[in-house]
Design a protein around this ligand. Sequence first.
Ligand code: GTP
Ligand code: MG
Length: 307
Amino acid sequence: METNAPKRRDNKKSLRVKVISLGNAEVGKSCIIKRYCEKRFVPKYLATIGIDYGVTKVQVRDREIKVNIFDMAGHPFFYEVRNTRLLLWCLLLWCLLLWCLLLWCHLSSSVVSQVRNEFYKDSQGVLLVYDVGLRESFDALDSWLGEMKQEMGSQANMDSIVFIVCANKVDLTKRRVVDEGEGRLWAESRGFHYFETSAQSGEGINEMFQAFFSSITDMCENGGKRPATEVSVGFTKEQADTIRRIRNSKDSWDMLGVKPGATREEVNKAYRKLAVLLHPDKCVAPGSEDAFKAVVNARTSLLKNIK
Ligand code: GTP
Ligand code: MG
């Protein structure tokens, strides 16, 4: 079986690991990495083309970690074609048009032209980034994860990776639409770490990377398996996903998961199922109390109008 076990160098105390960044375009992936590695913020948007690659060294306890960072473009264009021959052709065309980008293109294309799973393969850590002011970037985390799962082939490979969710741009408080509870719920229900970050102010960045590298080191020392303690959050993924679905539902029918025009029995049956799942005595997931109340209200209002 293929594992993501890191490559050890001769010195037993040093490790070489690969981390990748995933998330929609413009959520701040490159700025987060730049803020940590170069201690600076770039306000101007410079879209990543294909994949940017960098190396940094960090110290975790008594170990030196050499981190290879693959910062991925989030733009849908690259989502569709980043690992196909078309991208290679695009990059080659680019090389012809812009000679000064020749070296960069050469280095990038050797990475991007590999098949899609080559990019994910052998990763020990994934930074999943969304912008707290853009709901679609949060909703897209599922598809980023889905794509990765598909390419990794088996759940066993996914279990050998440390995931960190970055709720980025928290400095822009007025435009925030995804609150901490919602982000944390999504992350922790999957056994992922959750951090609120701002590449602009630096908030949360060092803490996030320290936790990230420390967890990767723990995982490596645990034989390449994510330690089980990290996933014990006290609630299930089903509960977390249901709370999220309820929060995003358009009306009472949708909230209970029944078709408009459903009978009293159907409404009650759906209600009972949700009540068992979300009752505050049984569910400790953040937001469960509000979700439970919303379900009670939805049922009451629907039953009022059903003969
Ligand atoms: P792609 O490379 O296209 O996938 O985008 P990206 O996710 O790497 O985004 P990038 O880091 O290039 O940042 C996009 C824009 O958001 C830039 O204009 C940044 O200056 C801005 N930005 C990034 N992080 C923050 C942040 O924490 N706060 C604020 N206010 N702006 C940010
Ligand atoms: Mg980028």
